[in-house]
Write a protein that binds this ligand. Structure first.
Ligand code: DX5
Ligand code: ZN
Length: 215
């Protein structure tokens, strides 16, 4: 099954609960929450207190994408705020294996993200420990960028690695996914789709979510 995780990065921040209820009506499978610290990426978004409040307005699982330095310092806070999945960047920590275990110790799903330039070999030895791998299809930091086509080979290679090892791991793609390239990324082997501007940039967020689910 292909899962849709709309990113609220492009949503109306002054009315997040209504924005989330729209994607819930539209049939989204989870909410993608982009956490940026102004260090790991050149942008700042929001943190635990916002997630904690949002936890009360929806039943949708929270897919928390940490684009922060020293993620190990904040895993507990994000888990307690209501994250169902926490994704850390391979590039953001030298103790990736430890952080993954830390996440799993809270009884939630652990995922690892790779920037476009980071090779798959860097996660070879933690592949058996994660529930999902996020292949960034833009350089992290901003919504509304265009999909980097050369990530096709990376996603296909990862799908092969996972299948060869007989693992059950989701592949998420994040960045630049629109209705017109959705089929393509699914064909590459991705099964969890993040879409920010394509959903929340639309005049009709409910309809846009439905169209994504249908496509
Ligand atoms: C980028 C974020 C993405 C972003 C995607 O750093 O991780 O989740 O919101 O936005 P679109 O779909 O507009 O590229
Ligand atoms: Zn993201």
């Amino acid at each position: 099954m292909i899962k849709l995780a709309p990113s609220i990065l492009s949503a109306n921040f002054s009315n997040l609960s209504e924005e989330i209820s729209k994607i819930e009506i539209g049939g989204a499978d989870m909410v993608h929450l982009d956490i940026m610290d102004g260090h790991f990426v050149p942008n700042i978004t929001f943190g635990m207190p916002v997630i904690k409040k949002l936890r009360k307005v929806t039943k949708l699982p929270f897919d928390v994408h940490l684009m922060i330095e020293n993620p190990e310092k904040y895993i507990k806070d994000f888990a307690q705020a209501g994250a169902d999945i926490i994704t850390v960047h391979q590039e953001s920590t030298v103790h990736l294996h430890r952080v993954i275990q830390q996440i799993k110790n809270f009884g939630i799903k652990a995922a690892v993200a790779l920037n476009p330039s980071t090779p798959l070999t860097t996660i070879e030895y933690v592949l058996g420990d994660v529930d999902m791998v996020l292949i960034m299809t833009v350089n992290p930091g901003f919504g509304g960028q265009s999909l980097i086509r050369s990530m096709e080979n990376k996603v296909r290679k990862l799908r092969k690695m996972i299948d060869e090892k007989g693992l059950d791991i989701d592949i998420q793609v994040d960045g630049g996914v629109k209705l017109d390239n959705l089929k393509e990324v699914v064909d590459w082997g991705a099964n969890v789709i993040v879409a920010g501007s394509a959903v929340f940039g639309s005049d009709d967020v409910i309809e846009a979510t439905k169209m994504f689910k249908k496509a």
